[in-house]
Design a protein around this ligand. Sequence first.
Ligand code: ZN
Length: 440
Amino acid sequence: MRPADEVVDLVSALIRFDTTNTGDPATTAGEAECALWVAEQLREAGYETTYVESGAPGRGNVFARLPGADPNRGALLVHGHLDVVPAEAADWSVHPFSGAVVDDYVWGRGAIDMKNMVGMMIAVARHFKRERIVPPRDLVFAFVADEEAGGAYGCGWLVENRPDLFDGVTEAVGEVGGFSLTLPRADGSEARLYLIETAEKGMRWMRLTARARAGHGSFVHEDNAVTILAAAVGRLGRHRFPLVLTDTVGAFLSAVAEETGHAIDLESPDLDTAVAKLGPIGRIVGATLRDTANPTMLAAGYKANVIPATAEAVVDCRVLPGRTAAFEREVDEILGPDVEREWITELPSYETTFDGDLVDAMNSALLTVDPGSRIVPFMLSGGTDAKHFARLGIRCFGFTPLRLPPELDFAALFHGVDERVPVDSLIFGAEVLTEFLQNC
Ligand SMILES: [Zn+2]
């Protein structure tokens, strides 16, 4: 059996495990059951597997290693997370945990993020073992918990407490990248680009606190914590951080211009408009042109006629590589002296170069299955487990190969209602991943 023959069934089966990550360890369930099932699929093909719970009962992870031809080369980590974000069944066309195959799509929570890749990984791993295929170097397959809540009960814990699981690993592939973007050329034909993730913005969640004098709501009271905080939050939320063209985003936009024949002026202060023209993908790329700070939570007060002594807000900040110090200075200037800030979550940015043997292997695998296409680097505005692996010195790429229908709004499917993946894309992905891992 080839990977393409079983990948659809595997992805459907994975979606039927409800591995909803609520963000609260007490109510998050399903990862262990799913992980043990993955281990069973691998053992059936002849693997020895390692099952680990990361930081709390039920946070299941599975590892399997396939020895390669050259033990002196660093190992390649191939990773996928088993947890998914919540889904409200009433909003969906099909049940989000059905894994139903309808209209040539596999439907369900995780179909794109990222049980698609997990299914491909299992299919390819089983194929290699059954056919006694020896990859050029060791492959470490990792199926992990808690990505959707930042990885404290997943890769964050594993990297801290079980670095032995990553022994000898020098590079890694996982989400979010390897998918196609079809763009019209000036001559009427179409260019198909495959976006390889080589960079991620940093994720920093900030708590703001204003402290002032409590008092009666009927008095003249100029020193009001709610007013002070609200004004600062308003200033920060409306602020536009400066345009900073990183190497990764610059390389992406140059490649787009070259392939489509539509010039993009990288020096233009209005680069946002050019990026918006890329269609839905412009939402991701647009968010990598500058730092962002979006207020997301507010809390103050306990009674309508009592002025509280404190008011609080939480702001979701996403910071470009190399911008941390400048970002903090800018934020402090906007906030002013009356509001305290503290970082409640800090995951650093990440950026690697778009070169080397592994990038060449991705390129040739894609060209074998989709001749005439082109790979380009891109930066993700969000974060993945790559941030944790990077702490071990591992060079990370987002490479989950999928050839997508040009009209599909791929970006909207992540955490979206009616998340689904085309059957053809899964089969394509399994073929590319097989080719890639045989020649990595
Ligand atoms: Zn994901």
